[in-house]
Design a binder for this molecule. Structure first.
Ligand SMILES: Nc1ncnc2c1ncn2[C@@H]1O[C@H](COP(=O)(O)OP(=O)(O)OP(=O)(O)O)[C@@H](O)[C@H]1O
Ligand SMILES: [Mg+2]
Length: 352
């Protein structure tokens, strides 16, 4: 990321997504999954926001809400809040308010890369057809222009343009993900939401794809929301990291701070799960995560992490905690950590 002043590209305001649960012979609604539960964050132009958390915490749901594909794909889904997209011409649009036809213009600005490079590419289309498709939809380029464009894009993502007539099954997982990246890049988006783009790849290939994405970010002035299970994957690519737990945003801050001085006990637990090649004495005390992650169908009251939290107090089950400032550029939704911090600061102050 450059040193230019921070300007917001995307503002997610109090986003909630609830999936209906259908039951009975007549398939009526019997409940709701609160997959994302009042989440707010800003993504600045040119930055990478890492979004992490355990399986089921709502990362993919948040990602799909941002690219606004839930309404069209999940019957009965309820989305609340605002997703404000700051267009290059200065106008601001709430993506959630847009009708399908009005969303078309923004589909080119906001692209998504999917976790599974095996199922996200149509097996019956050649690489050329796959990468060219968004160009057909969003531009008026001729067939020859599109072909040249596809060749150029394949080269940019490290694939030989001669492979254009091949089918996805002829490529490795890493190469397929490169095809997915080329497809996303084709329409020159401002924002790419990458949902676990390297999780399905061999470890040896993961860093190559992450490095490619970082190079492309510089070349094409991209902004990324980069989703991953664990912090070690997003640490290198992210400027800031947001941590989700059971649909809640529990911590957000500069990548360095969140990684080295996590404030929320859940973030600390998540970091404990990360194998560390070089044990680092500056890392805070490790916390082992015990117990099953509760179901978002039946979220615990108060802080949703309290049943698994080693520092939980009786008050933690009473009200949903707000995000509190923990250090410059770092917010965490934990009043207990906040109180401990304040006590420590008070103890450091000279007595009157
Ligand atoms: N279409 C759907 N209908 C009902 N519930 C759903 C649907 N999609 C997701 N969910 C539920 O919503 C919650 C959040 O799911 P989501 O896929 O967003 O989590 P995630 O953090 O991406 O998980 P993972 O790390 O496994 O990809 C989960 O409890 C999931 O079972
Ligand atoms: Mg997911």
């Amino acid at each position: 990321m450059t040193d230019t002043p921070l300007t917001p590209l995307l503002e997610v305001e109090n986003l909630s997504v609830r999936y209906p649960v259908w039951g009975g012979v007549l398939r009526h609604k019997v409940g709701e999954v609160r997959a994302v539960d009042g989440v707010s964050f800003t993504v600045h132009r040119g930055e990478t926001l890492g979004l992490v958390g355990e399986s089921g915490c709502g990362k993919t749901t948040a990602a799909k809400a941002i690219v606004n594909i839930l309404k069209d794909t999940v019957p009965g889904v309820v989305e609340e809040g605002r997703i404000l997209f700051h267009h290059a011409d200065g106008s601001v649009v709430d993506l959630l308010e847009l009708r399908r036809s009005d969303m078309k213009r923004f589909r080119a600005e906001i692209q998504m890369i999917f976790q599974d490079p095996f199922s996200s590419l149509n097996p019956r289309m050649t690489v050329q057809e796959i990468v060219e498709r968004p160009l057909k939809v969003h531009t008026s380029k001729t067939a020859d222009e599109r072909r040249d464009e596809v060749a150029g894009l394949l080269d940019k993502v490290g694939l030989q343009p001669e492979y254009m007539q091949r089918y996805p099954h002829e490529f490795s997982g890493g190469q397929r993900q490169r095809i997915g990246i080329a497809r996303a890049l084709a329409v020159r988006p401002q924002l790419i939401v990458a949902d676990e783009p390297v999780s399905a790849l061999d470890v040896s290939v993961q860093s190559q794809v992450v490095n490619l994405m970082m190079d492309l970010q510089d070349e094409f002035d991209l902004t990324y929301v980069f989703v991953a299970h664990d912090l070690s994957v997003v640490y290198h690519i992210s400027d800031r990291i947001a941590v989700m737990y059971l649909g809640d945003l529990v911590e957000i801050g500069d990548a360095e701070t969140v990684y080295h001085q996590p404030a929320h006990p859940y973030t600390r637990a998540l970091l404990s799960a990360v194998p560390h090649p070089q044990p680092d004495r500056t890392r805070p005390e490790r916390i082992a995560l015990t117990g099953e992650i509760p179901s978002p169908l039946n979220k615990p009251g108060g802080c949703s992490f309290h049943p698994r939290c080693p520092q939980a107090q009786p008050s933690c089950s009473e009200s949903v905690p707000d995000l509190l400032p923990m250090s410059p550029g770092q917010l965490a939704a934990c009043p207990v950590t906040d109180a401990v911090k304040k006590e420590a600061t008070a103890a450091e102050l000279p007595a009157e």
